[in-house]
Design a protein. Structure first.
Length: 145
């Protein structure tokens, strides 16, 4: 009896020591290299800590952005918490519409394809609602002098 209790306690402690990680994607649906990342003991697991619930909170937070400074703070938070870069730059060609602004979440092992699509889409929705942020992005690139 005491052996089973100690085994149960040990397994509970091991589970508590393991951080909550994003659920595995269905085979063939994603190319996040989750397994390769989990096998490497020196790997940065920050992207795997972004669960579906955390992803929804991140998208909701992005959609609350109301200024260019707020967007920059959010970019810094993504860099710090996920170890990846959210880049928002004018495209290589002439920018006539918001589609000319390139929004990209850097690919990293462990970062799901859905996240790499949902985050830029949320930023694009913010730019649609707040054109002043888009103008500030263009001005940061030196468009207005």
């Amino acid at each position: 009896m005491s052996d089973s209790v100690s085994v149960t306690t040990d397994s509970m402690l091991q589970k508590a020591a393991i951080p909550i990680l994003r659920a595995e994607c269905p085979p063939g649906a994603c190319v996040c290299d989750r397994d390769r990342l989990l096998e490497d003991p020196a790997a940065d697991l920050r992207p795997l800590r972004l669960t579906r619930a955390e992803e929804e909170r991140l998208v909701a937070r992005i959609e609350q952005v109301a200024s260019y400074a707020d967007l920059q703070r959010l970019q810094n938070a993504i860099r710090r918490n996920l170890g990846t870069e959210l880049t928002i730059t004018p495209g290589p060609n002439e920018v006539r519409t918001l589609r000319g602004i390139v929004i990209r979440l850097e690919e990293r092992p462990g970062l799901c394809r859905k996240v790499r699509q949902s985050v830029p889409a949320a930023v694009r929705r913010v730019l649609d609602r707040h054109p002043a942020i888009a103008w500030a992005i263009l001005d940061a690139g030196g468009l207005f002098g």
